[in-house]
Design a protein around this ligand. Sequence first.
Ligand code: FAD
Ligand code: 2HG
Ligand code: ZN
Length: 468
Amino acid sequence: MASDLVSRLRDLLGPSGLITDPADLAGYSIDWRKLFPGTPLAVVRPANTAEVAAVVALCRDSGTALVPQGGNTGMAGGAVPDKSGTELVLSLSRMNALREVDPVGLTLEAEAGVVLKVAQDAAAAVGRLLPISLAAEGSATVGGVIATNAGGVNVLRYGMARSLVLGLEVVLPDGTVANGLRRLRKDNAGYDWKQLFIGTEGTLGIVTAAVLRIVPAPKFSVTALLSVPNPQAALDLLACAQDELGDCISAFELIAGSSLQLVEKHFGLKRPIADGDWFVLIEAASSLSGLREAAETALGNALEQGFALDGTVAESGRQAADLWMLRERITESEAKEGKSVKHDVSVPIPLIPQFLVEAGEALAAKAPGTRVNCFGHLGDGNLHYNILIDGHAPDDVNRIVHDVVQRFGGSISAEHGIGQYRVVELERRRSEGELALSRRIKTALDPQDIMNPGKVLSRAAGPRFEAQ
Ligand code: FAD
Ligand code: 2HG
Ligand code: ZN
């Protein structure tokens, strides 16, 4: 049966569209954190939407599970197959045409496999900005960013990936192509069905192409690194900066001093200001002059009121990039430091200082010896509250932190998604009504449970099929 499918796939896609050699499968089989090793039946690399639809139709007819994969930079193990040797990985890597950049209509149309950085550069080449930025942008793809509803460092100003998607083309689990590649700002004609495929991690269909919103590129920007006495002062600084700079603030990142120490230890990068417990990396951008003066006024006020203790403002693009490098190297430094459990959490912004106190207390009491690596997008209420577990059981540490998150009315995944990493925790913490609704949507679109099964929701063996 499986060999019959593989030979049909070979006929359909030709030699460059199918990988079966175990050595070549390796790179597609495991997530970058090496937490979820899998064994694919094969990897298919269709060259266009029609080929994707034909592959999906073959999978539908044979009941074969499919796992869409973009750049495989996801944080939740969503893009890799299980160990059964029966799941097909569908890589979008050959669908990498950047179709059009429209600097007047402010749109960019790209196939799903286009690397985010390539799309950003294409927008920049005509003086426009694709306003989504994350440390994995050199490998993450347009399709993956949409499928995970990625966030990154500019959400504060421009929103998450969802807010940038104007049009979408998807292949449904029965092989139907839904082409909604419209370039419209306003479109209330019928259901806005594209929302179903944004952030659902390839469990409802395969994104094959998208039209994204771009914006005029700001001409001026200011980047500053400040040390702050505590997280509450960081919030006071945010309010102070918002009073002076308004919606020009494009990034407001909180970084623990211990996170910068990891970056210094593993990459030799030194912060240009004195050591401290907490830091804020702030960026503002505008096309109107006077930004730097406004930023200096805001920072002066913050220093005067004691919200900031020390600070530096980048004098050049190079210095700004160096400040950002301190922030962007944290993930890799954490990986080099040891085994960690990631918590990509959000809580209401004003509650962040108290959340940090209570999460710290819970860990000290129940998992002594663990170390916190905390950094993240303070302006969005999203912290990466990662724990170097030093011998403790990952699931126990996970529950301790998520219990506190739940008490604060927060989310256990602000931007990275659920994948296979957080399925149990999601099902533990979402209300029954919300889970029932999610299962109903999944069953309606994918009654055979062939589209990335076991990701986001647990496999269909139980309630989904019983409900039919
Ligand atoms: P993959 O990892 O290949 O896939 C992710 C999920 O999407 C999987 O479930 C997969 O099945 C599905 N998928 C992929 N392509 C498609 C498609 N075409 N159709 C349907 N489903 C698809 N994320 C953030 O949100 N913010 C950050 O700041 C951030 N920083 C990161 C920094 C580093 C160093 C790294 C390694 C990762 C970071 N991430 C961040 C996570 C990751 O980069 C994003 O989730 C990104 O959007 C994933 O894109 P990808 O192409 O690599 O997707
Ligand atoms: C970031 O903000 C990413 O840098 C990665 O979302 C976070 O490593 C992490 O946990
Ligand atoms: Zn992040």
